[in-house]
Design a binder for this molecule. Structure first.
Ligand SMILES: [Zn+2]
Length: 400
């Protein structure tokens, strides 16, 4: 298929080029050519449209759409122990599956083409991913507080083995956090990640309480504790990183660990504000995530970009430009989840994970040239995209 007459192509390539009036050829699951007047094959008219790379949601628990709005006014610890854990105990596998489908539909309708998820049983999320055509990094997440750590670790291994060869699913290991997993289980989780060469997706320094308890119990911050167990490295996707000291940031940077910044959930649960400008200045790869819909309460990455910018502008409006947050939502997010060579930008040879936005919408006007295009996408557009393509297939269209 050829996407013809694209008004603006936001490539997110290394020069952050925005091309005007171009065509994109998609063959199979890949972008094979970008140029003018391409022909030969089925054509899709994209005049009056922006085409941009699909976004990467670097941290979520998609099935928690089922708990949207059940607990809106508590700090993380109370929210988790009083409302979420009890609700999850009652949750059926069918609800994990239905919740995932609901969340995936929302993500596709708002321009997300890849998400990094942690839940249980994750095979129900994988079924929904398989069915609806989105791309995902999936971990069968686990806690170790019920003495079932070992069994759950084996479930993680089985999950990884089952999905190692799936074209759109990348399995990973997901120990929940340092306060829910023993050092022994964390080390075993690392061994599995090494054995299958996967990412390790874990909550890190989300709240002050988490840090305080970890320091009291182990004499170390969560990052330093994890580092000692060998869990800070290229494989690490640390969700949150709200309360990191300079030493933590240096460790993350030195060891090439990545962070998912989740501003909406951090604000809503009163967890604090991650110092993302500092992380980025120190060379820590940082992406954006929504976290689960019980603490956000949506999965809209356009919202997340705006919040990521405003949460820093509160202190200094020169920080976190529209281009920086778009980078976090696309090319940097791709690096975070370990798919930087395949997704995150519109370039020849990459996967055809694309999003179409109509320029005629009131919330995208005026756009006279490329100067305010990214600004409109980040600060004014409500996220209702025209169409979403994953792996070369249109998997969602809003009347396009
Ligand atoms: Zn989370």
């Amino acid at each position: 298929v050829i996407l013809k007459h694209i008004r603006y192509l936001v490539t997110q390539n290394s020069d952050r080029e925005i091309l005007e009036n171009v065509d994109v050829r998609v063959e199979g699951d890949k972008i094979t050519e970008i140029g003018e007047s391409l022909s030969g094959g089925e054509e899709v008219d994209c005049s009056g449209k922006v085409v941009m790379p699909g976004m990467i949601n670097c941290h979520t628990h998609v099935s928690m759409t089922m708990f949207r709005g059940i607990s809106d006014n508590k700090v993380l610890e109370d929210w988790l122990h009083e409302d979420i854990f009890p609700a999850e105990e009652e949750m059926t596998d069918e609800e994990v599956y239905e919740g995932a489908k609901l969340g995936i539909r929302e993500m596709l309708a708002t321009g997300t083409t890849t998400f990094n998820d942690m839940y249980m049983p994750e095979r129900k999320v994988a079924e929904a991913v398989d069915e609806l055509g989105i791309r995902a990094v999936l971990t069968n997440g686990f806690v170790d507080i019920d003495g079932e750590g070992e069994r759950k670790l084996e479930m993680s291994r089985d999950f990884i083995e089952e999905y190692l060869d799936h074209p759109r699913i990348t399995p990973a290991v997901g120990p929940h956090a340092v306060y829910t997993c023993s050092p022994e289980i964390l080390e075993k989780a690392r061994e599995i990640a090494e054995e299958y060469d996967t990412k390790i997706h874990i909550h890190v320094s989300e709240t002050e309480t988490e840090n305080r308890n970890c320091i009291e119990e182990r004499g170390k911050t969560p990052v330093q504790h994890l580092d000692e167990l060998g869990l800070i490295g290229e494989r690490t996707i640390a969700a949150h990183g709200v309360h990191l000291n300079d030493e933590d940031i240096e460790l993350l940077s030195e060891k090439d660990a990545a962070v998912s910044h989740n501003p909406c959930a951090n604000l809503k649960l009163g967890s604090g504000v991650a110092d993302v400008p500092k992380l980025r200045k120190n060379g820590v790869t940082t992406g954006l995530g929504t976290d689960g819909p019980a603490s956000n309460n949506n999965l809209n990455m356009f919202d997340e970009m705006k919040f990521a910018s405003l949460i820093q502008k509160n202190r200094d409006p020169t920080q976190m430009t529209e281009q920086e947050v778009l980078d976090m939502a696309t090319i940097d997010g791709a690096e975070v989840v370990g798919l930087g060579d395949e997704i995150g930008s519109v370039e020849e040879g990459k996967k055809a994970d694309l999003v179409l936005v109509d320029l005629d919408r009131p919330d995208m006007r005026p756009v006279e040239n490329t100067r305010n295009l990214v600004s409109n996408l980040v600060f004014s557009f409500n996220g209702e995209v025209d169409a979403t393509m994953v792996d070369g297939d249109f998997v969602q269209t809003n009347g396009f």
